[in-house]
Design a protein around this ligand. Sequence first.
Ligand SMILES: Cc1ncc(COP(=O)(O)O)c(C=O)c1O
Length: 424
Amino acid sequence: MSNQGNMTTLDKEMLDSISSDFYITKKRIYLNNGSISPLPISSIKSMTDFNIRYSEVGPDSKEFTDYLDKLKLETRKRVADLINGHEDEIIFTQSTTEGINMVANGLSWKVDDRLLIRNPLNEHFSNYLPWIRLSTDKNLQVRNFPEEKIESYGNSLIENFTSIYEKSTFKLVSTSHVIYNDGSITPVEEIGNIIKKRNKDTIFSIDGAQSVGAMITDVKKMKCDFLTFPSFKWLCGPLGVGILYVKKQVMEDLNPMFIGSGTAELVSVKNINSKGDKSKKSKESTKYHKYPEKYHATFRNFPGLAGLEASLRYLLRVGIQNIFQHNKYLASILRQELMKINDLTLHEATTEEFRSSLVSFSFRKQNNSRIQKLNARLQQEGVILAEREIGAKKILRASPHFYNSEDEMVRTANSIKSLIQVLD
Ligand SMILES: Cc1ncc(COP(=O)(O)O)c(C=O)c1O
């Protein structure tokens, strides 16, 4: 993957056409795609078409069910293409958070099993709290990497990870691929290699909320067992849809969180008493359907799938590597402009290789109150960033996407410059 941040591979005609497909560009400078992205017009139309069809032919009709089955398969195939998985490994969820909880609560754990999780200074709570609750409920041991509460990138992160990982046997390792607050890219391919080389049974679960759609993510290269991500960040799909990738070889180890119609059947099994004797009477039990259906007990957001499928088509047509390159280019313009402001500190990986297109900054002095004020003033001007945190420090985060322009970066930096003058 190229790490250059100084050029875009998308030509002007293409960029103009992309920008006109995202209506938000007419009203705002929207740089909050790392939280929730807007939809391209084709995805909005696709969901509208879905609902019209649903209401015209009858939601439960054969015609509609056939269409729905095709839509589910098509969406799975496109997601599989995107992450280099197989369509049978794609499970629909509502969000990243739901996917992570499905993993934490669906695997079997023994007392004292060890978890190695990214330090909470950098890890999003959605990929932290589920593991902490699990460790409390099941008496598991949790270690963090890096050990100290420091921001750590690239090679030093790998060194720190290796030194902890190689001293014990861990049942699971988890990290975000791109860190939500400082935007650093975790070298997940190297980490995956280290994990599986030492112990192929250690489960590697990656939170891809800030990476899938923004950069190439390849489940085979990352050697991960699970990858969770939403439709509504970098994929520009609708709210309420997410994806859980489950590697085929671990599907049988993941128990569904829910059970109900469509996911399992009723079977009768021999009753075995406490002494292990089989009685003549049988009792009722359940047997899951084959995957991935067995995980879809409550999934009902089918209009959302129509939207996601259209968004995936859109992104794949533009090309994820082109999107990555363009976004990095935008981020580099914004960074350069922000670096000229003495009062600000950028939070980022020390080398370009480990930087994503998230741009985060804080004030050198009187930070927290000024960050809040600046954010409020920017919003009034129609410039939308996200207020986040690194530990107790508040930061502002810009997350430009492929429909944003160079000009918007410069205008954002200018707004920040002039608002800082009149903040206090
Ligand atoms: C790294 C990371 N993980 C998880 C989440 C939660 O995502 P979702 O809203 O899809 O549950 C976010 C949201 O910003 C995130 O940045």
